[in-house]
Design a binder for this molecule. Structure first.
Ligand code: PLP
Length: 489
């Protein structure tokens, strides 16, 4: 290959050439099922001229270098198994086996999985709820500082920013605090691959000084599912160890279609990013402004975006003071009546995601649907349920969901997950250590981690969630009865 060409074009050109494939994949570029030949033609493996992800020296090295220049990282790795593979690798490389990791309690399950595999010890950060809503803020610098002071053997910190609902942490300040201790900061920026590309967007964590940053390219950029990036800066994390873990957790046959999709998204950022992101910001802020007339439905105010605390694109649609309305109801209304498919529904809100790839139609349809739903709710409910900023912001929302119940740990998690368990009726399991996660979905925050005790307080919290018909994972339901796995020891 002589002249530089985008990866996808290289694949297309090769697929149309007269080279016959006496190699994997087994479809040999022929359509024998339903997947069109055009897609199969670009699906190759590491053949001559196409480099090797696990030892990139050619076109994949160049493609990764473009990504690190865009994000201001020293080195970047393509991931074909999502941020999941990046988080597993980052944590494994940053700490020795048995090390001590400081995390947000509500972080993604891959963090827990890394801790299990590497037998890590945890300490938790518990961010407060966003005022008037039932979801968490990002962690604060003060919380990190306090935890590092009280637990001197913490060897690495992992924070999530932006969160699923778009809350953004002060990564710069947190990085300074973490680095004062000489330990690495890993930022799970899975929801923030788009940050920093135009005025009005918060800066990305690489620019803010994080040692490792993980991006799901597929979540907020125009890229295919599973595509992600891991960026590394400085010397606090050994790069050879990091590469070793990337080899362990990623497939030895990375999909070139996925890698071409990452490369495509990076080219888009380089060439058209600024213009598209400025448009995206304007569209989104206009939508928020127009939704300001809603009398019942509740949204995170635009001021939070201007203050850099809330991301552009994550539209949280809250039920406000209508206690009889759930996030699932809002989600179902948007889906069934308007054919608007949201990202998720939670207890008292649902979440619609906008990205740089949305057209004006996406904003218009959402605006009309929400204005219409709001008007109906207002007409039927009367003045007493009208949104009242004072009341909403002073935390009249469901306190039970936001309440922090500190765990009582009986066995360390990484050991507990391997211990034998038995099924116990939920009501009879109070006082027992559990053998499986109990999570509240979404976003998946653990109520119980294996090895923790089902206390009376947590039991009552679980009952409350079940009454509210929230999605609790980790319980077994049989003939109207709930069971839980408890450790035999
Ligand atoms: C905060 C966070 N981190 C990491 C992940 C994992 O990302 P991926 O699906 O790219 O593996 C998710 C997925 O939802 C997430 O929400």
């Amino acid at each position: 290959m002589t002249e530089w060409m985008p990866l996808y074009k290289e694949l297309e050109q090769y697929g149309n050439s007269d080279f016959y494939p006496y190699h994997m994949p087994g479809h040999k570029r022929r359509q024998l099922g339903d997947i069109p030949e055009r897609i199969l033609k670009t699906d190759i493996t590491e053949i001559d001229g196409f480099d090797n992800l696990h030892q990139a020296e050619g076109i994949l090295r160049e493609a990764q270098d473009l990504a690190n220049r865009l994000y201001g990282a020293e080195e970047t790795f393509y991931l074909v198994n999502g941020s999941t593979a990046g988080i597993l690798s980052a944590i494994s490389a940053a700490l020795p086996e048995g090390g001590h990791l400081l995390i947000t309690r509500g972080c993604h399950k891959s963090v827990y999985h890394a801790a299990y595999l590497r037998k890590l010890k945890f300490s938790y950060l518990y961010p407060k709820n966003v005022k008037g809503f039932e979801f968490s803020e990002a962690v604060t610098a003060g919380q990190v500082q306090e935890a590092l002071r009280s637990e001197p053997d913490i060897g690495a910190v992992l924070i999530v920013s932006p969160t699923y609902e778009g809350r953004i942490a002060d990564v710069k300040k947190i990085a300074e605090i973490v680095h004062e201790k000489g330990i690495p900061l890993i930022v799970d920026e899975a929801h923030g691959a788009h940050l920093g590309f135009a005025e009005g967007f918060a800066p990305g964590a690489c620019m803010a000084g994080a040692d490792i940053v993980i991006h799901s390219v597929h979540k907020t950029l125009p890229a295919m599912t599973q595509t992600a990036l891991l960026h590394v800066n400085g010397t606090r994390v050994d790069r050879d160890r990091l590469k070793r873990f990337l080899r362990i957790y990623q497939t030895s046959s990375p999909s070139y279609v996925l890698m071409a999709s990452i490369s495509d998204a990076m080219e888009f950022l380089k060439i058209d990013g600024k213009r598209y992101f400025a448009d995206f910001r304007d569209h989104y802020l206009r939508l928020l402004d127009r939704l300001g007339v809603c009398k019942v439905l509740q949204f995170v105010p635009a001021e939070d975006i201007f203050d850099g605390r809330q991301d552009i694109g994550k539209l949280v649609i809250g039920a406000g003071n209508r206690r009889d309305i759930s996030g699932q109801w809002l989600y179902d209304q948007l889906r069934e009546r308007y054919h608007l498919q949201c990202e998720m529904a939670a207890g008292r809100y649902c979440l619609a995601m906008f990205t740089v790839a949305d057209s004006s139609e996406a904003y218009e349809r959402m605006e009309q649907a929400l204005l219409c739903i709001d008007e109906e709710l207002f007409t039927e409910s009367g003045a007493e349920n009208v949104r009242d900023e004072e009341r909403a912001m002073s935390g009249t929302m469901d306190e039970s969901r936001g309440k922090i119940v500190l765990p009582e740990v009986c066995y360390p998690f990484s050991a507990a997950w391997d211990l034998t368990w038995k099924r116990e009726r939920l009501g009879d399991a109070v006082g027992c250590a559990v053998g499986e996660f109990v999570n509240l979905y979404p976003p998946g925050t653990p109520i119980l981690v294996p090895g923790e005790v089902l206390t009376q307080e947590i039991y009552e919290q679980i009952l409350e969630y079940l009454t509210q018909k929230l999605n609790l994972q980790g319980l077994i339901q049989e003939e109207g009865e709930y069971y839980i796995r408890v450790l035999r020891q």
